[in-house]
Design a protein around this ligand. Structure first.
Ligand code: ADP
Length: 234
C-alpha cells in the first residue's frame, strides 16, 4: 500500500514462484492495500521521495498541453544580462577562469565570436575546470594569457604569443538545439525522451538562450499555478 504496488505484480510473483494457490489472496491483499493507501494519501513513497529529495524528475505520464513557446521559458529573460558564452578562439585562460569563478552554470555555449553569436558547441564547466588544471600542471608554456581554442587549427597569432591550449576534445559539437518558436510541448517531449539536461535555443542560426531541465520543471509548476520557487532542487 505504501508503495502503491499494482495488482500486475502478483502475476509476476506467480510466474516466478509458480505458487498458483496464492494468487487470489495476494491479489486481494495488493488491491485492498492500494485502495486504502489511495484513500489516505495521494502519492506513493517513491513519488514522495522524488519530491522530498528535490530530484529534477520529468514525469512521463503527465501531458503537457499548454501553448507556450521555447522563447517563453529560455534564459536569459528579456531584461537579464546576456547568456554567458565562450568564444571559439579568442579567449585567454584567464578569461575562462574568470567566467568559471564568477558563474555557477553547469555549462557554457561556445560561439564563433561575440558579434556573430553563431553556435559551435557546448562545453561543460566540469570538463573545463579539469582540462585547464591539467594543462597548467602538465603542458609547458600554459600561462594566464594563453589563448584557449576549440577550433581544428590554432588561430593565427604573433610568434611571441605564449603557447595555446587546444580544448576541442572536451567540446560537445552537436548540443541539442531548438528554435525560439518551438512549442514547449515538443521541448518537454524531447527532454523526456532523450533525458536531456539542457537544450540551446537559436534563431536563424544565432544563439539566443538556454533551457535546462530545472527551467522546464519550474515552468510546468508555474503553469499549474504553483510557486516555482517553492520546488527546491538538490
Ligand atoms: P540548473 O538549471 O540545473 O540549475 P545551471 O546551474 O546550469 O543548471 O543553470 C542555472 C540557470 O542559469 C538556469 O535557469 C539556466 O537557464 C541558466 N543558465 C545556464 N547556463 C547559462 C549560461 N551559460 N548563461 C546564462 N544563463 C545560463
Amino acid at each position: 500500500g505504501v508503495t502503491r504496488m499494482t495488482v500486475s505484480l502478483v502475476v509476476i510473483m506467480f510466474e516466478l514462484t509458480g505458487g498458483l494457490e496464492y494468487i487470489v489472496p495476494l491479489m486481494a491483499a495488493a488491491m485492498t492495500s492500494k485502495w486504502v493507501a489511495d484513500a489516505i494519501g495521494r502519492e506513493g513513497i517513491y513519488d514522495a521521495h522524488i519530491r522530498l529529495n528535490g530530484y529534477p524528475f520529468l514525469e512521463a505520464k503527465e501531458e503537457f498541453s499548454h501553448k507556450t513557446l521555447a522563447m517563453d521559458v529560455m534564459r536569459p529573460r528579456r531584461n537579464d544580462p546576456p547568456l554567458t558564452v565562450i568564444t571559439q578562439d579568442s579567449m585567454s585562460v584567464e578569461d575562462v577562469e574568470t567566467i568559471i569563478s564568477e558563474t555557477t552554470y553547469s555549462g557554457y555555449p561556445v560561439v564563433v565570436s561575440r558579434e556573430s553569436q553563431r553556435l559551435v558547441g557546448f562545453v561543460l564547466r566540469r570538463d573545463l575546470i579539469i582540462s585547464i588544471e591539467n594543462a597548467r600542471k602538465k603542458q609547458d608554456g600554459i600561462v594566464s594569457t594563453s589563448i584557449i581554442y576549440f577550433t581544428d587549427h590554432s588561430p593565427p597569432l604573433p610568434p611571441s604569443a605564449p603557447s595555446m591550449l587546444k580544448l576541442r576534445s572536451i567540446l560537445d559539437l552537436s548540443p541539442f538545439t531548438v528554435t525560439d518558436q518551438t512549442p514547449m510541448e515538443i521541448v518537454v517531449d524531447i527532454f523526456r525522451k532523450l533525458g536531456l539536461r539542457q537544450c540551446l535555443v537559436t534563431h536563424n542560426g544565432k544563439l539566443l538562450g538556454i533551457i535546462t531541465k530545472k527551467d522546464v520543471l519550474k515552468h510546468i509548476a508555474q503553469l499549474a499555478n504553483q510557486d516555482p520557487d517553492s520546488i527546491l532542487f538538490n
